[in-house]
Design a protein. Sequence first.
Length: 222
Amino acid sequence: MSADTGKQAAAEAAIKQLERGSILGVGTGSTVNVFIELLAREPGLVKAAVSSSEASTRLLRDAGIEVMDLNQAGPLDLYVDGADEANRHLSLIKGGGGALTREKVVAGASRSFICIADDTKLVGRLGEFPLPVEVIPMARSFVAREIVRRIGGQPTLREGVTTDNGNVILDVSGLAIDEPVKMERTLNDIPGVVTNGLFALRPADVLLLGGSDGVRTLRRDG
C-alpha cells in the first residue's frame, strides 16, 4: 500500500468517528487535505470547523464548510490532524507544514484528538524527522544556541518560510527523543520560543494508521 493510499484509509476511518452537527477542530497537512476532501462529500456532517492554518481555512471554505474563530467556538469535542512522526504512546512530532503553534492551540482546546497518518509515521523513537521550533525572528540566533546547549542537535533555519503568526521556524535534526515530555518542556522554557513540534504534554488520544492491512487503531488509554 502506498503512503497516499494509507492516508486515504486513515482519513476515511476518521470520518466515520464524527458526530453529525459538531464543531470540529481541523489540522494541517497532506493527510488532513484528504480528510477535508472527504468532508466536502458529506454536506452537513459538521456544523462548522476551527482551522489550524490559513491553508486549511481556504480548503474548508472551498468545501462549503463554515470556519469559526476558536474564541467564538469555545471548547471543541474533537480535533483531527496528521503527524510527521508518532510513537506508541501517541506522542507526536508535528509542524512539517509550519502550522505547529495553531495546531497545538486547537489540540489543547479539544476534548479528544484523533491523529490520522499512513503507517510509515509510526516509529520506535521520535527524532528522525527534524523537530520544528517556532521562534520570534529577533531571537532566532539566540534560540539556536540555546537549543544546542540544552538538548543538542543541529538547528537549521527553514529558509523562505514565515508562519501564519509572522515567525520563523528552526528545524532541529540529529535528535534521539527518549523523553518527549521533558524535551517539550525544556524547549518551551527558552525565551523567544513560541512553541515546538513535540505533542507529548498533550498527545493524541487515538492514532489511526492506514497500511497494507487496512487501518490500525492505537489508543492512549491502551
